[in-house]
Design a protein around this ligand. Structure first.
Ligand code: IMP
Length: 452
């Protein structure tokens, strides 16, 4: 008999949901979060930083969010930036002010006191590392950079793991400790920054000056102080009160630091397991994991994209899908849907359902190709995903050709409104991946959504 100490033990209900990207980011998670937020009491981000970019269109107005959970656009929701996020506090304030200017109430927002801070020197370091990877050492050309967003994400996560000089949100409210950490961090990085300092203007040098940084960091801390909280407790109390939480992933599974196409990945755990470490809520509280995938593939930055296209079809998809980065404005690389990759991501996340976005972008193509296998260097074909970037780069996609659909579908409200070939495409995805398609999105607006 289990020992209960006389207390009635009730197993916790799996009442929460998560939205996670199944590709290389930019799958349209913001819209999915916005759709699901209504059924939840709080929305929480658990990973990434200002590298992410979520676009949501509400009432014809486009909102671009980087750090703040998209659920903020739903009045009355608690919006939480969890401890697993790396926060650029200046970007956060910029984002809050931008939302307020558009009439969005941000009073429900709170930020974990344990979230790590992205300091200006992390961004400089990100850039210097990228430049070094391109340039190489000892006159030998480098193997190529990662194509990061240069938002300081990798260096901030590295600082967190190295400990000692890292700054957390709560440290912004402790001037003496804050100054000491900044001084230590700059001392450790002096070898990197001293050559960089040559020829820099006063304004640029302020980003590596202890006095300037300590003063700016203290000031931004004061501004954010009312929203810096123990968010694990906030979320645990939400659950204890019978509330439901929606967890919002940033970036995508194939950019996950462990499960993505390393080293061409970001610095955080994008997969749903990141919910536990990134917020303090155990993943077994998740009843629903909605995997988001585009009807085709895109990737920003370097790294393999087996189905990549560089022809008129790519141009057409890029323009129709507005495939330019929300964060950096870079044109996204475009390719056919890679179902081998999507099936892998679905398994890694334990997705209970799929949301297909941007199906409308494919309208007008005679044939739509879908990658259903990889041909390896020895000529054999596999339906297993290859997470190693070097090996994946050698794989050739094996395609299944599906019939295209000519009609525009952006006005479709239910599955029956879709042309036969569009419906067949959705069914093909569900069958191949082995998980039901719950939602099909045919445009950026909330109303351009088919609930299956
Ligand atoms: P980092 O996250 O800035 O270090 O960049 C690492 C890689 O992830 C680069 O290839 C970026 O382009 C990519 N990346 C980071 N965030 C996103 C995102 O939200 N969408 C798409 N790609 C991203």
């Amino acid at each position: 008999m289990p020992i209960t100490g006389g207390v009635e033990f009730k197993p916790a209900k799996a009442s929460c949901s998560a939205v996670v990207g199944l590709q290389w980011g930019d799958e349209g998670k913001g819209k999915a979060v916005d759709l699901l937020a209504g059924e939840h009491d709080a929305v929480a981000r658990y990973n990434g930083g200002a590298n992410a970019g979520h676009s949501v269109v509400v009432g014809g107005v486009r909102f671009s969010l980087h750090l703040i959970p998209s659920g903020i656009l739903y009045p009355g929701k608690r919006a939480v930036i969890g401890n697993g996020v790396v926060v650029d506090p200046w970007k956060l304030v910029e984002e809050i002010d931008g939302l307020n200017a558009k009439g969005v109430n941000t009073s429900g927002l709170c930020v974990s006191d344990r979230a790590h801070v992205v300091m200006p020197y992390h961004k400089i370091e990100d850039g210097l590392r990228e430049d070094l990877l391109s340039r190489g050492v000892d006159g030998k050309k480098g193997s190529g950079n990662l194509g990061t967003t240069r938002r300081g994400i990798g260096p901030a996560y590295a600082e967190k793991v190295q400990r000692g000089c890292a700054i957390r949100m709560s440290d912004l409210l402790k001037p003496a400790a804050l100054r000491e950490r900044i001084a230590m961090a700059l001392e450790v990085k002096a070898g990197m920054f001293n050559p960089w300092k040559e020829g820099k203007s006063g304004a640029e040098l302020a980003d590596v000056s202890v006095d300037s940084l300590a003063e700016r960091a203290e000031r931004i801390g004061q501004r954010l102080a009312p929203m810096i909280k123990d968010t694990t407790q906030v979320l645990q109390e939400t659950l204890a009160g019978g509330g439901r939480i929606l967890f919002e992933s940033a970036n995508g599974t194939l950019l996950d630091v462990d499960h993505g196409t390393y080293p061409f990945v970001t610095g955080s755990s994008c997969v749903v397991a990141g919910v536990g470490t990134g917020t303090g809520i155990p993943p077994m509280r998740l009843g629903r994991v909605l995997g988001i995938m585009k009807a085709y593939s895109t990737r920003v930055g370097s790294g393999p994209l087996p189905t990549e296209l560089n022809d008129d079809v790519a141009h057409r998809i890029r323009e129709r899908g507005r495939e330019y980065g929300t964060t950096t404005g870079r044109p996204r690389r475009v390719g056919w849907l890679d179902l081998v990759a999507v099936k892998y991501s679905t398994a890694v996340n334990g997705a209970t359902g799929i949301c297909i976005t941007l199906l409308d972008v494919l309208a007008g193509l005679t044939t739509i190709r879908v990658c259903t296998g990889y041909r390896l260097a020895d000529g054999t074909v596999t339906d297993r995903f290859i997470p190693d970037a070097g090996d994946l780069a050698m794989a050739q996609p094996v395609y299944t050709d599906l019939e295209g659909f000519g009609d525009e579908i952006s006005g479709a409200k239910k599955l029956a409104d879709l042309p036969r070939a569009a419906l067949a495409y959705v069914e093909f995805v569900a069958r191949f991946v082995g998980v039901p398609v719950d939602i099909v999105s045919v445009g950026p607006g909330r109303e351009q959504t088919i609930m299956c």
